[in-house]
Design a protein around this ligand. Structure first.
Ligand code: PMV
Length: 327
């Protein structure tokens, strides 16, 4: 039996596109910040049963989620050369109903707990490669703080792992504006990336831009140039969405309140508050800002009627072992 935790992360330079889907290999790198407040705890118990089972926030999970976890456990079992099934139980400390992407913390915590339960001893890189096979962004949640993911070039995926980015002189926290309103089913990241790769005329230029943005983002973090950082972070987000919107049919994740929040963040920056925005595959807006500005930025984002709430978080820690499932 093993219990581990991991935190979600939000990308400053976005990941959107795979080079191979079986091993879930990214077509380009990415760069993220792990967030303390968005935590998943997962327990893996090896059982004498014919099937794996999955419990999420106290309730049995549906067949789709259970199947995805079971396929992930198959990879762990094949690495460990073992066959026992497992009972997996997982809790999130943040509202999953809000539609926040939780696959990063979920698969990072599962990779950590499952590898321990099956007796594997993996270093950070191997754990990150393993987590990547559950979800691309999970590879980054193995580590805390700023993290850079490498696309790699190998067919076996051994060089497609994340590692911590040292040397940033900028410290960031995040305010996450949760957009409510009419809920349409969004296209998930895996399907959205594949649809974009197949049909967007902008996809090749997007991938070329990611490599330039990664270097520019690292430089801005290390030199402390917030204006440069804001240009890269917002540019990466808008280019990712422009690429997805240019797919046929186009993928539009933004809503009215999303655009309102982007303008709000830019107005704050123009007034002297160092903050910049990003958006994942959904309508919520994440504003990055140094911790001393966090409450002012969060208050400014809460004013729109369709923004249900604003979560705030400092930077967070990487995946780790825990004493028990409940704190
Ligand atoms: O790891 P996935 O498959 O959930 O993809 C993440 C995609 C984005 O959140 C939109 C961007 C990113 O880099 O996290």
């Amino acid at each position: 039996m093993a219990v581990s935790s991991a935190r979600a992360n939000i990308a400053l330079v976005k990941y959107w596109g795979k080079r191979e889907s079986r091993l879930n290999l990214p077509a380009a790198g990415s760069l993220s910040l792990t967030l303390h407040a968005l935590k998943t705890r997962t327990e893996v118990v090896l059982v004498d049963a014919p099937e794996d089972s999955l419990w999420l926030d106290g309730a049995p999970a549906d067949a789709k989620a259970t199947g995805r976890v079971s396929r992930f456990l198959d990879r762990v079992r094949s690495l460990a050369g073992r066959g026992e099934r497992a009972r997996v139980e997982s809790f999130n400390t943040f509202p999953t109903a809000a539609g926040l992407a939780s696959s990063a913390s979920a698969f990072a915590a599962l990779a950590h707990a499952a590898s321990t339960a099956y007796g594997l001893v993996l270093d950070g890189r191997s754990l990150s490669s393993l987590a990547r096979q559950g979800s691309g962004s999970a590879a980054r949640s193995i580590f805390g703080g700023f993290v850079r993911m490498h696309a790699g070039v190998r067919d076996d995926g051994q060089d497609a792992f994340a590692e911590p980015l040292e040397g940033s002189v900028i410290e960031l926290a995040a305010a996450i504006a949760i957009a409510g309103g009419t809920k349409e089913k969004e296209v998930g990241s895996t399907d959205g990336m594949e649809h974009t790769r197949r049909t967007s005329p902008y996809h090749a230029s997007w991938l070329a831009q990611v490599e330039r943005d990664l270097d520019a983002c690292e430089r801005a973090l290390r030199s402390g140039d917030f204006e440069q950082l804001a240009e890269v972070v917002e540019g990466s987000c808008l280019a990712m969405h422009a690429n997805a919107m240019a797919a046929r049919p186009g993928l539009v994740y933004l809503r009215g309140s999303t655009l309102w929040a982007l303008e709000r963040v830019r107005a704050l920056r123009a007034s002297g508050v160092p903050t910049c925005f990003t958006i994942d595959a959904g309508p919520h807006v994440v504003a990055f800002t140094p911790p001393e500005y966090l409450s002012a930025v969060a208050d400014a984002l809460a004013a729109h009627p369709e923004i249900e709430r604003v979560l705030t978080s400092p930077a967070g820690e990487g995946a780790r072992a825990e004493d028990g499932l409940h704190p």
